[in-house]
Design a protein around this ligand. Structure first.
Ligand code: PAF
Length: 272
């Protein structure tokens, strides 16, 4: 497996490849959810490239940039075993310059929900993903459905900037008890982890209820009864294009939750 630190080396390598390229952008601390993206990329492409970069521009002041888990050695081992062809793991100076042209998330859908509670977060995500796409020039890029709004905005960027690549959404991987895998789960104490389960339980209950009612207020009320979180930021019902809805349509509804358990902010969702 090749390991590259600079965009130039990576681009040179990419030029030498003949065949389709599956790309999995990550911030490292890889878990089974990332492995799912990698496996799908490997099954659908001739080559698989993974990037590992804790992107500073998508963290707000006061967020967990400094303590975000960094496990490069273990991550590289996971990639090697999963049959990844090359890992691009740059330092910030290789990605960003002093006075940059920046990319702005769309004014509405980039600033609701996650974008409301983490303003400018998606500017940073889109900025770095744009750069990564230009460096890796993938045929297909793989993103988890757990970050549903990110997935939607990246698809939008691909459309708006005429990138010639396919975005492949990948289902959320969960622990046996339902907890959605996230690199941030390691912050949870045992007691917090138990309460974090109320998030996936509320979503599961909502999905079940939606088979007998389309009434969002009724579903929301039951979700609130199940949730055992310290600070709920939102329960939202949107269609697949992130328009708020007031009635559920199967095949075109996502229910999303963001909440704090202790100091840890968790997000999860279910696609109906
Ligand atoms: O989902 C993530 O891990 C990050 O937001 C991404 C897409 C790698 C950009 O830094």
């Amino acid at each position: 497996m090749e390991i590259f630190k600079t965009p130039q080396e990576t681009t040179e390598y990419i030029k030498s490849l003949q065949g389709s390229i599956g790309f999995v952008p990550t911030m490292g601390a890889l878990h089974k959810g990332h492995l799912e993206l990698i496996n799908k990329a490997r099954n659908e492409n001739d080559f698989v490239i993974v990037s590992i970069f804790v992107n500073p521009t998508q963290f707000l002041p006061g967020e967990d940039l400094d303590k975000y888990p960094r496990k490069l050695e273990a991550d590289l081992e996971i990639c090697k075993r999963a049959g990844v062809n090359a890992v691009f793991t740059p330092i910030s100076q290789n990605i960003y310059s002093e006075d940059e042209i920046s990319i702005k998330a769309p004014k509405i859908k980039g600033y609701i929900l996650e974008g409301f509670f983490r303003p400018r977060h998606f500017d940073g995500v889109l900025q770095v993903v744009n750069k990564l796409f230009n460096i890796v020039k993938p045929t297909r890029a793989y993103f988890g459905k757990k970050d549903a709004q990110q997935l939607y905005l990246i698809k939008q960027m691909v459309k708006n900037f005429f990138f010639d690549l396919e975005i492949v959404p990948v289902d959320t991987i969960r622990e046996k008890d339902g907890l959605a895998l996230s690199s941030r789960n390691i912050y949870l104490s045992n007691e917090e982890r138990k309460r974090a389960l109320s998030i996936s339980k509320a979503l599961k209950r909502a999905a079940k209820l939606s088979t007998t009612t389309t009434d969002i207020e009724k579903i929301k009320k039951e979700m609130l009864e199940i949730l055992d979180v310290d600070r709920l930021q939102y329960i939202a019902f949107v269609d697949n294009d992130f328009n708020y809805i007031n009635k559920i349509t199967h095949g075109n509804t996502i229910i999303l939750i963001a909440a704090y358990i202790g100091q840890t902010r968790l997000i999860d969702n279910i696609w109906l």
